[in-house]
Write a protein that binds this ligand. Structure first.
Ligand code: FAD
Length: 442
C-alpha cells in the first residue's frame, strides 16, 4: 500500500459500512489523520448512529422493507462496567453508575460522534448493496473498491475507494438451530432478536433455549414478570440459584408429534412459547466471499489475517468479528492497526504467509477440540491479541486495568448473575481499579 500511496500522492479514500460503535471508531481515527486520509464516507442503513444501541420498539422490518437491525431489549443494562466498556480515549460521564441502561450507551456514542465531528460524513438511510474489488495492473496489481449503495429514494450510486471497513455488526441475522420437529410446536416461536420486554409473556410457560448472556438475562426478566421459565442449555448445571419460576433443563432434543418438547435427559414438557436465544449468523449480503478468497459460514469467516482482513485483499477490513471480547477497546485497536497497514507503517507478510498464519490459528483450535461455532470466540486471547496489534501498529496498548477489571466482572457474573450489576467501580490508575459503594437495594 505504501508504494501505491507514493504513486498516488493523494489522500486515501475509505468507505465505512455501518455507523455503530465500530464504524464510528473507524471514522474518528480516519478523521484524525488528514495527511493520509480523505474524510471517510460512512454508509448507514438506518436514520441513526449507534447500531445495536439504538433501541427499536418495532420488530420485523423498517418501512423500506429491510429487516430491523438492532436486537436491543427494553430493560437491558450493560454486562460490562463503563470503565472497561469505553473507548480508551473517550470516557463515559463519571457521574453515571458502572453498569448502564442501554440508553446511556446510545447517548455516549452520539457524544463520541459529535465530539469527533463524524455526523457530516454519515450517509443516513443508505444501504450498501455491493462491495466489489477492482484489480488493475500498473507496476504491480493494485486494488480499488467499488461500493454500490441505495438511498431512501431507491436511487443507486457506485463510488470508488482505496479501502473499505466493514462495520456492519453481527447480531442481526438470527441463528435458528435445527431442532427435529420444530414445525410441530403449537405455541409461539421467537428469537431473542425480536424480544423487547417480558410483559407479553406474563403467566405463560416459556422454554428459553440457550444460556448465553441474552438467554440468562431474558430468563431472569421473564421470571420476575411471572412467567414459568425453563432455561434449556447444554452447559453444566449453572452454579448459582435461579429465582422462583425459573428452572434449568438439558437441551431440547425434539418436538414430539403432540407438540410437546422432549429434552436430552428424556423429560417432556408442554410450553406456550419457545424463545430461541441461540445467537446470530454472520451475514455479509453485500460481499461476494469467494471472490475475496473468503468462506462465510454461519459462525465462522475464514481465512482472516489477524481476524481482520482477507489475505488476498488486505485493504478490506472486517472490524469486530470476534466474540467474547471487550468490544469498544477491541475496535479501537483493530481500527488503528488497519490504518497503520494502509499508511504503510506495518509491513504485511506475503499473501501465502498471511493465509498460513490464519489457517494455522484455526487448525490449532481444532486440535484443542474447539467447535466450529466457537472458533471466533477470543476470551482470554483478546489481551495478547490487542497487545500485538498495538506493538505492530505502533500505537498505545490498552491499559492493564482494562483486562484486570474485565476479568473481575466476568468472575462476578459467573457467581452473581442477578446482582453483579449493583457493584460500582472506579479506575484509580492505568493498572488499578477499586470497588465503590453498593447501590441501594443490595
Ligand atoms: P452494530 O452496533 O450492529 O452496528 C452496525 C451498523 O451497521 C448498524 O448501524 C447497521 O444499521 C449498519 N449496517 C448494517 N448493514 C449495513 C449495510 N448493508 N449498509 C449500511 N449500513 C449497514 N457490548 C458491550 O460492550 N457491552 C454490553 O453490555 C453489550 N450488550 C449487548 C447486548 C445485546 C443484546 C447485543 C446484541 C450486543 C451487546 N453488546 C455489548 C455487543 C455490541 O454488539 C457491541 O458493543 C457493539 O455495539 C457492536 O458494534 P458494531 O458497530 O460492530 O455493530
Amino acid at each position: 500500500m505504501s508504494s501505491d500511496r507514493t504513486e498516488r500522492m493523494r489522500q486515501l479514500r475509505v468507505a465505512v459500512v455501518g455507523a455503530g460503535a465500530a464504524g464510528l471508531c473507524a471514522a474518528r481515527h480516519i478523521l484524525s489523520r488528514p495527511d493520509t486520509f480523505a474524510p471517510p464516507v460512512v454508509y448507514e442503513l438506518t436514520e441513526h448512529v449507534g447500531g445495536t444501541w439504538f433501541y427499536e420498539e418495532r420488530t420485523g422490518s423498517y418501512d423500506n422493507g429491510l429487516p430491523i437491525h438492532s436486537s436491543m431489549y427494553r430493560d437491558l443494562r450493560t454486562n460490562l462496567p463503563k470503565e472497561v466498556m469505553m473507548f480508551p480515549d473517550f470516557p463515559f460521564d463519571p457521574q453515571l453508575p458502572s453498569f448502564l441502561p442501554h440508553q446511556e450507551v446510545q447517548k455516549y456514542l452520539e457524544r463520541y460522534c459529535q465530539s469527533h465531528c463524524i455526523t457530516p460524513h454519515v450517509r443516513f438511510s443508505t444501504v450498501v448493496d455491493e462491495v466489489r474489488p477492482v484489480v488493475t495492473e500498473g507496476k504491480g496489481p493494485m486494488t480499488t473498491w467499488e461500493v454500490t449503495s441505495r438511498d431512501k429514494s431507491g436511487s443507486r450510486n457506485t463510488e470508488t475507494f482505496d479501502s473499505v471497513f466493514i462495520c456492519s455488526g453481527h447480531y442481526s441475522d438470527p441463528h435458528i438451530p435445527s431442532i427435529p420437529g420444530l414445525e410441530r410446536f403449537k405455541g409461539k416461536v421467537i428469537h431473542s432478536h425480536s424480544y423487547r420486554h417480558p410483559e407479553p409473556f406474563s403467566g405463560q410457560s416459556v422454554v428459553v433455549l440457550g444460556a448465553g448472556a441474552s438467554g440468562l438475562d431474558i430468563s431472569l426478566e421473564l421470571g420476575r414478570s411471572n412467567a414459568q421459565v425453563t432455561l434449556s442449555h447444554g452447559k453444566p448445571t449453572l452454579p448459582f440459584p435461579l429465582p422462583y419460576g425459573v428452572h434449568q433443563a438439558t437441551p431440547v432434543e425434539e418436538i414430539q408429534e403432540d407438540g410437546s418438547l422432549r429434552f436430552l435427559d428424556g423429560s417432556i414438557t408442554q410450553a406456550q412459547v419457545l424463545l430461541l436465544c441461540t445467537g446470530y449468523n454472520f451475514s455479509y449480503p453485500f460481499l461476494e466471499p469467494a471472490r475475496l478468497g473468503l468462506e462465510v459460514q454461519e459462525h465462522l469467516v475464514t481465512p482472516l489475517y489477524r481476524f481482520l482482513m482477507p489475505p488476498a485483499f488486505p485493504s478490506l477490513f472486517i472490524i469486530g468479528i470476534c466474540k467474547i471480547i471487550c468490544p469498544f477497546p477491541h475496535f479501537h485497536c483493530q481500527v488503528q492497526f488497519a490504518l497503520a497497514v494502509l499508511e504503510g507503517s506495518v509491513a504485511l507478510p506475503s499473501r501465502a504467509e498471511m493465509e498460513e498464519e490464519a489457517q494455522g490459528e484455526m487448525a490449532r483450535k481444532v486440535e484443542r477440540g474447539v467447535q466450529l461455532r466457537h472458533m471466533l470466540k477470543m476470551d482470554k486471547e483478546q489481551w495478547g491479541y490487542a497487545q500485538t496489534l498495538a506493538q505492530t501498529g505502533r500505537f498505545p496498548p490498552l491499559p492493564p486495568v482494562t483486562q484486570s477489571l474485565y476479568e473481575e466482572v466476568w468472575r462476578q457474573r459467573q457467581v452473581h448473575p442477578q446482582n453483579y450489576r449493583q457493584l460500582n467501580y472506579r479506575l484509580v490508575s492505568d493498572t488499578q481499579w477499586e470497588q465503590q459503594e453498593l447501590h441501594a437495594g443490595e
